[in-house]
Design a protein around this ligand. Sequence first.
Ligand SMILES: *[C@@H]1O[C@H](CO)[C@@H](O)[C@H](O)[C@H]1NC(C)=O
Ligand SMILES: *[C@@H]1O[C@H](CO)[C@@H](O)[C@H](O)[C@H]1NC(C)=O
Ligand SMILES: *[C@@H]1O[C@H](CO)[C@@H](O)[C@H](O)[C@H]1NC(C)=O
Ligand SMILES: *[C@@H]1O[C@H](CO)[C@@H](O)[C@H](O)[C@H]1NC(C)=O
Ligand SMILES: *[C@@H]1O[C@H](CO)[C@@H](O)[C@H](O)[C@H]1NC(C)=O
Length: 843
Amino acid sequence: MKDMDSNPRYSHRPQSMNGYEEAVEFLPATDTKKVEKRDPRWKFVVIGVVIGAAVISLAVGLLVWHFAYRMARVPKVYTGSVRINNYVFVDAYENSSTPEFKQLANKVKDMLGELYRGQKDIGPHFTESYVTAFSEGSVIAYYLSEFSVPSYKAEVLDNAVLNLKIQSVNLRMRQILSVDSFEAYPLDANLARSFRNNSCSYFLHAKPGEVTKFSTPGFPNTPYPPNMRCQWTLRADAGHVIRLHFKTFKMDICKDLTGDYVKLYDSLSIAENRRMMTLCGSYPPSYNLTFFSSQNVMLVTLVTDSKGRQPGFMAQFRQIPQTTLCGGIIRNSEGVITSPFYPAHYQANRECIWDIQVPGDKYVKIRFNMFYLLETGASENSCTKDFVEINHQKYCGEKKPFVVSSNSNKMTVRFRSDQSVTDTGFTADYLSYDSQNPCPDKFTCKDRRCINMAQQCDGWNDCSDFSDELNCNCSASQFRCKNSQICKPKFFLCDGVDDCGDRSDEKDCGCPDNNFQCTNKKCIPEAQKCDKTDNCGDGSDEIGCPEVPPNTCTKFTYKCKNNQCITKTNPDCDGVQDCQDGSDEDTNMCNCGKRPYSRKTRIVGGVNADVGEFPWQVSLHARNDGHACGASLVSPTLLLSAAHCFQDLQGIRYSDPSLWTAYLGLHNQAQRTSQNVVQRSIKRIVAHKSFSDYTYDNDIAMLELSSPVTYTDFIQPICIPDSTRTFPVGKSLWVTGWGALIEGGTGASVLQKADIRIINYNECNQLLENQLTERMICAGFVSGGIDACQGDSGGPLSSLESNNKMYLAGVVSWGDGCARRNKPGIYTNVTAMRDWIKVNTGL
Ligand SMILES: *[C@@H]1O[C@H](CO)[C@@H](O)[C@H](O)[C@H]1NC(C)=O
Ligand SMILES: *[C@@H]1O[C@H](CO)[C@@H](O)[C@H](O)[C@H]1NC(C)=O
Ligand SMILES: *[C@@H]1O[C@H](CO)[C@@H](O)[C@H](O)[C@H]1NC(C)=O
Ligand SMILES: *[C@@H]1O[C@H](CO)[C@@H](O)[C@H](O)[C@H]1NC(C)=O
Ligand SMILES: *[C@@H]1O[C@H](CO)[C@@H](O)[C@H](O)[C@H]1NC(C)=O
């Protein structure tokens, strides 16, 4: 890189301005004196002058347009590589200061110059080329070429450069350099310029058998600097590939390449068509940030914007022997296949073929358990980038588990990745099955997937093609959709979600109390009527509203600390100050509901929560009982839980604080000594005085920890909703827990999560024979795939709100112990308990 620094070749001459200034000289200078003389011919003169002036102005206008806009020169930069066959790579080519590097670089520059000048659409605009690096193979040269082109010719230049085929050109230089492959890719001129500043460039070569580490400047003691451009050139010995792993990765969130980001290239040029991955934000620990190059080089670049506030990354790499081995001939009747290096990112430019064959009387099926072949912008239908192909059908993108079967004893699975953007790949198991009886003792779906008999006609689409839900007799707890005739659980009725696809489950629904029915039959909370927002979608909630003075106080308006009322719905912690005293954005109050990892966890269809996904989840252990109840952290010293956990029972004083131990930051019950976990004893338990152990009404309790906890990536408080915040029917929420032992089930080791949604109160109350009180929320599973006991008594019902924070919508209370697939669970309504919480916690 050094040789490029000596002359600042990227300063662009302001040619565009010259053109404009010349044109300005032509401006007509009308001779006013002549006009003043009342000569008889003055009329003709005036007309002549006017016409002349008009013609001149037009010409000038055209010239201005021509020079200022059409002729204005724009910088164009292309990057890419050329392969040189008649040179052998030597170590000196890794160092741009060596004579060997400079000598070969000059030859490549001459060759590129000759190549460009020979093309009529390219030559006139060519400015300069630079060689930035070499790598093995025989020798690959990475270059940047700079052009300055009138804007109207920019597109022509683009086409000409990108379609340039070196093989078809006759070059004098080719007698010196035997060049066969040539790649070019357009590059942002600013970006190219900033990467030429090598004040933050590192050149690293893997040492055999050793791990080489590198990190963002200042890591881990100070955040990375703002406005930074850094690059790390990683190399391995010939015949090896690079294995790069990010041990820590914490950066700002980026969006459309604003913010801070890291890019990885399977090349030494920053060409987008060789980009393996863009990384930014923070990844949950379950995301495997391991990458493999396809050759012996890799380039890592870092771009930061004006505000750098995060620690950055720590990475390490080593070399491993290059192997082209993947795929193979398979003759076992069952086994597992994965993309190369799964669960790390697969390499670019790979093809693997598995030829599976089982005994003659059997068929083959393959079940993909994880499938991530995602490339933004690639179509999922045509799968032109990375894909898996089976029986001439291509699969790509991000998929939930799926099954493919063949109608013979053979199956060919082909995996292919193109040269850009890689993902974590797939894992699949294949097995042979009896073509006569594909699912012994099980129900056979149309796609030959096997499901438990009990899952047939239960209202859930377990086969994924609905074949288990056709021609069913609906049970007492089910209703029948009109068009599809499919039976569905009754608790799907009237929740505002179109489960049938024809809205037949949303017809004839009166609205629950405190709700307003829109003209389109949607129900919205009364509070949203006349709030100047179209909550119905048809505007009917904003018709005929009395002209109330703004910010008058009602039951539904948010109240600031200074008693000012705000008409806007959910004004708290939305990033906009609505209260004059700023109390709606109070930093103490709003420091809650945050999840440390900005990236969503990707375990599609999984039930294990990710580490740090619900950092407010607390496990309460009762002496001699182990994990007995859940709770939610709401401040450094306070927890909310369910009152029924602390009722004395069978001679055990569960109401005694000294019986309990709280574990915070816990993920796996078997790893309570992990460094992320904090343990506290309980100082005080306050259960709601009106808790009824008969109806479970008012099932809420407050616990005080013996000493405050410090917030970390694994320990964070959840937000308590204001009494005006509403969680509408149909809203999807998370319930989490290890499975409460106190209810008699067996607990899970790893924290479980389930996506559930709020059920229509009246429908639920009917299903549960009028056992609900007004302080209860009813919620049930959104999709049928899971049938495990989820959630612990006292644990959180977490709701992601529009301000991207999680709010405590409910506390797990009762309902067959916990939420089940076909049984709703009952939760304490936290907004209904808001006053009690305020009195007892001060929050
Ligand atoms: C690169 O080469 C120059 C000149 O030969 C030498 O001074 C310098 O130490 C080399 N740099 C490295 C990192 O080897
Ligand atoms: C290169 O970047 C550094 C830090 O970003 C900056 O201080 C320096 O002025 C830059 N040098 C040039 C030649 O642009
Ligand atoms: C990531 O993938 C690599 C390569 O397959 C593997 O060795 C490593 O254990 C994985 N790391 C995690 C955290 O799963
Ligand atoms: C539905 O009920 C009818 C009559 O009771 C019975 O013949 C049929 O087998 C049932 N269908 C299923 C899928 O259970
Ligand atoms: C919870 O209680 C509040 C206040 O009584 C009520 O407005 C709200 O509708 C209830 N939430 C649910 C989901 O029933």
